[in-house]
Write a protein that binds this ligand. Sequence first.
Ligand code: DGL
Length: 261
Amino acid sequence: MRIGIFDSGIGGLSVLHRAVQIMPDADFVYYADEAHVPYGEKTKEQIQGYITEIIAFLLEKQVDAIVIACNTATSVATKKYRSSIAVPVIGMEPAVKQAAEQYSAVPGRILVVATPVTIFGNKLHDLLERVDPEDNVDLVALPKLVRIAEREGFEEEEIMAYLEEALRGYRLEDYKALVLGCTHFNYFKPYYKKVFPDRVKFVDGNEGTLRQLMRRLKVQKKEGLERTGKTEYYFSGRPVTAEEEKKIKRYMLRLDQAESV
Ligand code: DGL
């Protein structure tokens, strides 16, 4: 089984990171659109053009399913991507529904952080109409985190200053959950921990997306088994260089660390 996963950049590696744990015998083709990142600051039409190109590339690689490991791309993707393509296409949306259900018994508000395209897009607002009838969810765009992650600029001082500035208008003690509505944001868990009160839970859509992928492919989780599948990496349509592959390994290590905090 061969699965295509794509993102504007290295954010979707957080989905791949989990995917190889639960589908150790699957082959993956990971596509980062490094020539066009960040998507969160592009127009809808531009992003739709990139998606069309990437899906065609992955289909040529004979994948059995495609995961859009990018909330921003999913937020502008039209239904045609799902209906006109021969293999299942699984998108990602901020896990607001999951957060609301999982912590329904806990008092407090939910904060969603994502890119500007996702935050201001109709898809998220339609979702909120369905799952947030009591207006319990606040939204913040954090575009700079995508750029920081892309340049491996994980310096504490800059990140903390940015988060404090961006969240200044919000009473952080009011929140029970922070929804990470951009796959690039998974790298920053250690920093959110420092900014938000201890009781705030972090919720991302990775597990739910992969659950849906496995349901569509009719396969079961095989967590804990040795990895026997292979992963190929492409940056905007070309195979990655040895240097870039090393960079990807560094991101994967960072994700291991972010998960363990
Ligand atoms: N990783 C992407 C997401 O989940 C988008 C980042 C960007 O390119 O702006 O939204």
